[in-house]
Design a protein around this ligand. Sequence first.
Ligand SMILES: *Cc1c(COP(=O)(O)O)cnc(C)c1O
Length: 353
Amino acid sequence: MSRWMDARLGQLEEYVPGEQPQDMQYIKLNTNEFPYPPAPAVSERLGRGEIEGLRLYSDPTCRVLREKLAVRYKVAPDEVFVGNGSDEVLNFAFWAYGADGVRFADITYGFYPVFAALHDLPITVKPLRQDFSIDPADYLSCDQMVVIANPNAPTGLTLSLDEIEAVVRSNPEHIVVIDEAYVDFGAQSAIPLTRRYPNLLVVSTFSKSRALAGARIGFGIGDRELIRDLNRIKNTTNPYNINRLSMAAAEEAVESRAYYEDCIEKVIEAREKSKTALREMGFSVTDSRANFLFARHPGIGGKALYEALKERGILVRHFEKERIRDFVRITVGTPEQMQALLTACQGIINNGE
Ligand SMILES: *Cc1c(COP(=O)(O)O)cnc(C)c1O
C-alpha cells in the first residue's frame, strides 16, 4: 500500500481468483467455465459492424438485453438489472442492502466476505451441516440481509424452492439474495418468486452456463424498486458498465436457448458419469447439481491431489480452508477432459501419493 491510500482500504483482504494461465497448456477444470464454445449466433454477431460500433458508448440502460432477459424469464424489463459479471451485481447488493449485517454460510462463494469487508458490513457466518448441506432454519427471521448460493459453491448442493421461499417469507424487512450462478445445471430457479416477494433479489450470470465468462455479464432479477436501487449505484459509479461487444454477445446468447440446453445436457451427463467413476475409485463426492464436483479421497490430501494433477497437466481448484482442506473442486469438462481427469486420478491413487 502506498502511503497515500486510505488505511481502511489498504487492509482489505482481496478475493483470490482461481489460476488463469494464459498459455492454455492445461486441461483447465479449475474455475467452472463452460467446456463448449458460445452459441454460433454469438460469433456471427461479433463482426466488423460491432467493432466499428465501439467508437460509440454502449447503451447505459442495456435496453435490448434486458428486454430479451425479461422475455426469457417471464418478468418485466424494469425488473432486470445487468451487471459487469454477477460479481458486480452482488457487490452493489451488499452495498445497498447490507447495513444491518449480512448472513451467509461458512463454506460458500469466497467473494461474500470480501464484499462485506469492503463496505464495512457486520457478518454472521452460519456453518453448513456436517454433510455440507445448508440448514434453512439458520436463515429464518434473522433480521439481516441473507445471501445464499443455490446450488451452493463449492459443494454443489441445492435447496428446494420451498425452502428458499420460507427464508424469503420470514425476512420481509431484509433483502434475500439468491445467487444462481449454477442454477441451469440442476437447481430450481427462484425467479418466479420475485413476483410475490419484493425483498427477493435473484442474481445470475452468463459466465457458467452460457460460455461467456470472459465477456463479464451478470444480471439481477427482482422487484422494480430493487432494480432502481441497483441502477442508482451503477449510475453513481460506472453508467456504461457493459461494453458493446459483451452486450451484443449476451443478446445472442439469450436467444440461443436450444444450443445451450443441448450443451448443458452433455455437461450434466459427464458430471453424473464422473461422479460415479470417482466414487468407484474411493472418493467421497457430494451430490453436486452444478457444473463441478467436490471430492476427497481418504488416501490423499486436497493440496497433494491438486499438485499431482497439475503435474499431469490438469488444473483443479483447492481451497486452503479448514473444513474443506481435504477436497478439490473439479469443473465438469467435456467427456474427453473428464476421461483424462479420471485416468490421472487413478494413477495418482495407485501410486499411493
Ligand atoms: C462464478 C460465480 C459468480 C461470479 O460470476 P461472474 O458473473 O463471472 O462474476 C458468482 N457467484 C458464484 C457462486 C459463482 O460461482
